[in-house]
Design a protein around this ligand. Structure first.
Ligand SMILES: NC(=O)c1ccc[n+]([C@@H]2O[C@H](COP(=O)([O-])OP(=O)(O)OC[C@H]3O[C@@H](n4cnc5c(N)ncnc54)[C@H](O)[C@@H]3O)[C@@H](O)[C@H]2O)c1
Length: 322
């Protein structure tokens, strides 16, 4: 019984791989290294470099390993790029997922945990947002995730596929290496390290407590645990569903930045810019359903996420030389 992890060389995927290995599961990783890093992979595990949209490549992987389940994290993740390059995003998130599901079904593999996103909710009318809320993405990335969820739902009905779609909120913690950084905490950490001269805050005129957006953060190690328990749930006959996976607590962007300043001891400059297109004022997870269904609760708080991310960045990222 081998678990195929797509995108296992990525920020979150590498933590999922580590978790599965710690639980003594057999793992094979498929990643095309388009944004992943091979150095994240433990040396002794099978690692197949290739594109999950390539049917022949995927078939050869399924033929060579006795795969019983898939954890599917591979994809393109930048909301802004999805608006600029929707063709690429549909290809890499929707078409690629379709290929993966087709090959899975061809080989009789019917269990999958999928990395979905809070982006499926768009700009929710109520927060914390529950899984019952309307699904109204506001950008191509969110639509990619929702379309893949719809494929999962339809294939579950028609072909007996069983899935858990984990709708992550903002993942944070050690291992983030993307440059330029795309998410709030790593962007601020880059300002702490002097990789960026200042932090640009996108909008401070939202109808929130302090005018900046409220967001929800979840530690990557907690996320990795959620994948493991979701997979275990499916192995034990659990029914297919989509679950929010977040910290369940609102933090305004300004609050997070102040925490990063105080934990790092660096008063990096903050420049307030205009709102960014498609940013909801508040996106916070209601995490009752995942707690009830999988018994999962986040254990690591925002201070730990920030501390771990700072520690990792101080060790592995450095200021570029002039
Ligand atoms: N980071 C977050 O806060 C967040 C939030 C919600 C959802 N997600 C989802 O979680 C997943 C992992 O995100 P991440 O933050 O680790 O990003 P990441 O870019 O670090 O990881 C994605 C991995 O997928 C690989 N990949 C991309 N396209 C591929 C393809 N066609 N074939 C094979 N490999 C491919 C990349 O090389 C990379 O290793 C993504 O699906 C993302 O949409 C992330």
């Amino acid at each position: 019984m081998t678990v195929l992890v797509t995108g296992g060389a990525g920020f979150i995927g590498a933590h999922v791989v580590k978790k599965l290995l710690a639980k003594k599961e057999k793992v094979v990783v498929v990643d095309d290294l388009s944004s992943g890093w091979a150095g994240r992979m433990p040396i002794n595990i099978p690692f197949e470099i290739g594109d999950i949209a390539d049917t022949a490549f995927l078939r050869s992987v399924f033929r060579r390993y006795s795969i019983s389940a898939v954890v599917h994290l591979a994809g393109s993740i930048l909301v802004g790029d999805s608006i600029k390059y929707p063709l690429l995003y549909h290809r890499n998130n929707v078409v690629a997922s379709h290929t993966l599901l087709t090959v899975m079904l061809e080989f009789g593999v019917r269990t999958i945990v999928f990395s979905s996103s809070a982006a499926v909710y768009g700009d929710p009318s109520q927060t914390p947002v529950t899984e019952e809320a309307d699904l109204r993405p506001v950008n191509p990335y969110g639509w990619n995730k929702l379309t893949t969820e719809m494929m999962l739902r339809d294939y579950a009905k028609a072909y007996g596929l069983r899935y858990v779609a984990l709708r992550y909120f903002n993942a944070a913690g050690p291992g983030y290496r993307r440059r330029p950084a795309s998410h709030l905490i790593p962007r601020a950490v880059h300002a702490v390290l002097g990789i960026e001269p200042y932090f640009r805050l996108n909008g401070a005129d939202y109808p929130t407590r302090d005018g900046t957006c409220d967001r929800d953060y979840v530690h990557v190690e907690d996320l990795a645990d959620a994948h493991y328990v979701a997979w275990w749930y499916l192995l034990n006959g659990g029914t297919s569903l989509a679950l929010n996976c977040g910290g369940g607590k609102p933090y305004s962007n300004l609050e997070v930045l102040q925490k990063i300043r105080s934990i790092s001891g660096v008063d990096f400059p903050i420049e307030i810019g205009p709102r960014r297109q498609g940013d909801p004022a508040s996106l916070v997870a209601h995490i009752g359903l995942i707690r009830e269904t999988l018994g999962w609760v986040p254990k690591l708080g925002l201070e730990t996420m920030i501390g771990n991310e700072l520690e990792f960045a101080r060790m592995y990222l450095s200021k570029p030389t002039a």
